[in-house]
Design a binder for this molecule. Structure first.
Ligand code: ZN
Length: 369
């Protein structure tokens, strides 16, 4: 009996000595290593429902009610996540038209696009060029219903010579590292859009706002964000990806934003493309496997909710400083190439926007569109 007990103790001690250094080593290595998943929708163009209003039938290739399911999945796979929309979300389909031109935005009413964003808990959104199509008054009234900050750094008020919207926000988030410890991370989020708004929306904007070149605005505000405490900077860049020679009025400025050292990740949009994706195979300094341009993680999630964009950042928090160690990007589709659905729709979200969806369908039937 005694022998047995001694043997058991010996085994326990041996096991302890073997296991403990490995365990403590693993914990030590993972301490301060934080994985942050950044999710993107862009260019939704008011496609909340998987529906084609022109043909009045279901369309499995579009709709935030579908992307929402991908958002829930992507969140469940990660410890720390953020969700952003990169703009052009209010206009582009009959639902958007019906809300703006027929029903109008009454004070205190929440636009269904922002109702959907509130439900999905977006952390911040960017203003896209199409947000101006119904005029500044409509946009400002609609934005009052959005619970998350809306950012843009390159549209300035003529009267005040200051950014018309909040140029950036610093989001304070509690993140968990791989060893289970909590850290506070200050995430700087900045927004941009093409300067072409001044000709595209002259009637709505002339004399009220002016647009600065995207890269100039980035260089103006990035040092301010750092001074304001941003540990990392994410750009909500409502602008496409091209390596055409730089011009101040370049419409697609992502390539040049990747060259600004303090920007850590770029969520792109506007051109309705998919990045990483084969159409960018000839873009210089681009890795389509990891989804990086000039070493920076970039993602563009198509349009109309057809894809969810994902950037995974691995970061290290040591001695009070944050460092991005690695970044990869990918997009996930809601349907396959034949238009067959890959996910079900989020029923709760559909219920939240059903009324305006049905009113739009009724309206179309009435006018015989
Ligand atoms: Zn756009």
């Amino acid at each position: 009996m005694l022998k047995k007990r001694i043997a058991f103790r010996l085994i326990t001690i041996i096991l302890f000595w073997h296991l403990f250094p490995t365990l403590s080593h693993a914990v030590e290595n993972n301490q301060g290593i934080v994985e942050l998943r950044i999710l993107e929708t862009t260019d939704l163009h008011a496609d909340l429902v998987n529906y084609d209003y022109y043909q009045t039938k279901t369309n499995q290739r579009v709709g935030l009610v579908k992307t929402a399911t991908l958002i829930h999945q992507a969140r469940s796979e990660a410890m720390n996540t953020l969700l952003f929309d990169v703009g052009d979300h209010l206009k582009g389909n009959p639902l958007g038209e019906y809300l703006a031109r027929i029903r109008g935005m009454q004070k205190g009413k929440v636009h269904p696009v922002y109702r959907a964003f509130n439900y999905l808990n977006y952390d911040a959104i960017a203003i896209g060029n199409h947000e101006f199509n119904y005029g500044l008054k409509f946009l400002n009234t609609a934005l009052k219903g959005a619970k998350m900050p809306a950012v843009n750094a390159n549209v300035f008020s003529v009267k005040k010579n200051k950014p018309y919207f909040a140029p950036y926000v610093i989001l304070k988030r509690n993140v968990v590292d791989l060893s289970g410890r909590h850290h506070e991370l200050k995430i700087g989020v900045i927004g941009f859009m093409p300067t072409q708004i001044m000709s595209w929306d002259r009637a709505n904007l002339d004399g009220k706002v002016f647009a600065k070149p995207i890269v100039d605005a980035a260089k103006e505000f990035v040092p301010v964000m750092k001074a304001d405490g941003a540990d990392i900077i994410i750009a909500l860049a409502h602008t496409g990806i091209s390596n055409e020679a730089y011009r101040p009025d370049t419409e697609n400025a992502v390539y040049y934003l990747t060259q600004i050292p303090e920007i850590d990740a770029i969520l792109a949009g506007h051109s309705h493309s998919t990045f990483p994706g084969p159409i960018f195979q000839n873009l210089p300094n681009t890795n389509l496997e990891s989804g990086a341009i000039n070493g920076k993680p970039v993602v563009m999630a198509g349009a109309f909710g057809n894809r969810l964009g994902i950037i995974d950042l691995q970061m290290e928090h040591r001695a009070g400083k944050w460092k991005v160690l690695e970044g990869t990007s990918q997009t996930r589709p809601i349907a396959d190439d034949n238009g067959l659905p890959l996910v079900k729709r989020d029923k709760r979200l559909f219920k939240l926007v059903k009324r305006e969806h049905e009113e739009t369908v009724d309206f179309i039937r009435k006018i015989g569109l």
